[in-house]
Design a protein around this ligand. Structure first.
Ligand code: GLN
Length: 503
């Protein structure tokens, strides 16, 4: 079937030379959303009129001969946890279902200033807590490679929107793997930048010491270009790094000279690793050897504590961050039961109307996974348990960071699988939190250490499910990661494919 261009780096030159207008390309993606989203359900909301207006504006600027950025007029989707003034920002939660932000997230402003055209907001696990995009109020998104399977999470809608060519690019967020795992499951590329490389201003917080936003695209070159747009210091986010932004786009084509890649033994030898994923990893390692890279085994001995550490720190921070959703300040407010108000006035020990409003708004507004994490986090921060859990977890976090520091003393980057298995079935793990949490085994380390990590497709299973490899590097080594990943895609002649369900 004759397919309209859907890869950002192939669309860009057509836009620049005016062979294609932004209105035409935006229209073609909107038509795909209309046609495909009823089965994929990648979007929580989209607004064709707004997108077409933004596209028309870029077309006018281009026609007037204005100097525009390389991606002016390019459509993009955005995870619905990043604030936008012209659409609701729901976080996939009933509690924020009708929340309209008075400001755009910093990175959304950057996208708009660069002329990117926002198509809509993508589905996620509620407040980004999950690994399957099943826990939000809208229900699951589906993996375009097999609609009965998860597209991963929590940025599953973003990954699925790119994999199904409903958008050439997307922005997701990654607190413990939420960009990389969905990228791996959907056969696209995704990058979690160094903590602080992209501003978190206007990114609704899940776990503030771990959250980071980053790009999705079909190719590593797409990631480089999109990171170039969104990276940089922002004085409104005190954790954003005041260091210059590299030339990512220039870096990817630099030759790979004497690159040393560490293979994470604990990840490759993990007994839970799916044999087909292991096979794909062995082939990827061989490919890098062929390309002249030296491959050495490295060990991250504290990996075994990563899940436990993450699932103490993240819920602790979440319990505190989510306390602001109380029915009084934002979004959903449960009605107060007037019988109870009268009962209280008559001397009953019922909750006061205010406490009742808080309690009912939160118990009706949050879903069960979010409640589980708020309770876990409240427990680990409570007096008597703080030292045993939270403080201990912070110490182990430091050890995990040291493991990486030691590894990067002898290698440039480390390589391993992104996920233990390919995409699992919808409904398979959502009622078994511990099994779901184990999915994050290979991804949470990068968030705990604050380092950049990228996932790219490196093959498929016999049944046609994508497999992802993860490359992690030292803080601010995004250029290196992109260069090494791009070299792989060039060497194997990587060509993004569309799943049959969305052709
Ligand atoms: N699956 C992890 C969790 O549930 C990661 C989520 C994320 O990165 N936002 O916390």
């Amino acid at each position: 079937m004759n397919q309209a261009p859907y890869i950002a780096s192939e669309i860009a030159p057509l836009l620049a030379t005016r062979e294609l207008s932004s209105r035409e390309i935006t229209q073609s993606f909107l038509a795909r959303i209309e046609r495909l989203d009823p089965s994929i359900r990648a979007f929580i909301s989209w607004d064709g009129d707004l997108a077409m207006q933004a596209a028309a504006q870029v077309d006018e600027q281009r026609a007037a001969g204005q100097k525009l950025g390389p991606w002016a007029g390019m459509p993009i989707s955005i995870k619905d946890i990043l604030c936008t003034t012209d659409a609701d920002t729901t976080c996939g939660s009933r509690i924020l279902q009708k929340y309209r932000s008075p400001f755009d997230a910093h990175l959304v402003t950057k996208l708009r200033e660069s002329g990117l055209v926002v198509l809509g907001k993508t589905n996620l696990d509620e407040f980004a807590m999950g690994g399957s995009t099943e826990t939000g109020f809208m229900g699951p998104s589906h993996n375009p490679w097999d609609l009965s399977r998860t597209c991963g999470g929590s940025s599953g809608g973003s990954a699925a929107s790119v994999a199904s060519a409903m958008s050439p690019l997307s922005i997701g967020t990654d607190t413990g793997g939420s960009i990389r795992q969905p990228a791996a499951f959907c056969g696209v590329c995704g990058l979690k930048p160094t903590y602080g490389r992209v501003s978190r201003y206007g990114l609704i917080a899940y776990a503030s010491s771990l959250d980071q936003a980053g790009p999705f695209g079909h190719t590593v070159a797409d990631l480089a270009q999109l990171l170039q747009v969104i990276a940089g210091h922002d004085k409104r986010d005190s954790t954003s790094l005041a260091v210059p932004v590299d030339d990512y786009v220039g870096a990817i084509d630099e030759p790979l000279a004497s690159v040393k890649i560490g293979v994470i033994r604990e990840h490759i030898d993990d007994p839970g690793l799916d044999p087909e994923v292991r096979e794909a990893m062995v082939a990827t390692i061989d490919q890098y050897k062929k390309m002249g890279c030296s491959i050495v085994d490295i060990s991250l001995p504290n990996t075994k504590y990563a899940i436990a550490t993450y699932y103490i720190i993240a819920p602790s921070e979440a319990s505190s961050n989510l306390s602001r959703f109380d029915g009084a300040h934002y979004g959903f407010r449960a009605p107060v039961n007037s019988d109870q108000v009268y009962a209280m006035a008559a001397g009953s020990k019922a909750l006061s109307p205010l406490d009742q409003m808080y309690s009912h708004s939160r118990s009706q507004g949050f879903g069960s996974e979010v409640k589980r994490r708020i309770m876990l986090g409240t427990y680990t921060l409570s007096e008597g348990y703080f030292d045993a859990y939270y403080l201990k977890a912070l110490k182990v976090r430091r050890l995990i960071r040291q493991d990486y520091d030691n590894a990067f003393g002898s290698v440039d980057v480390v390589l391993g699988p992104t996920t233990p298995t390919p995409a699992f079935r919808l409904g398979e793990k959502v009622n078994d939190p511990v099994t779901m949490y184990l999915e994050d085994l290979f991804t949470v380390g990068a968030n705990l250490a604050g380092i950049p990590a990228l996932s790219m497709p490196v093959g498929k299973t016999k049944s046609g499910l994508p497999i992802g490899a993860q490359i992690q590097g030292p803080p601010l080594a995004e250029s290196k990661l992109l260069q090494i990943a791009h070299a792989y895609q060039k060497a194997v002649g990587f060509q993004p494919e569309l799943p049959a369900s969305v052709c």
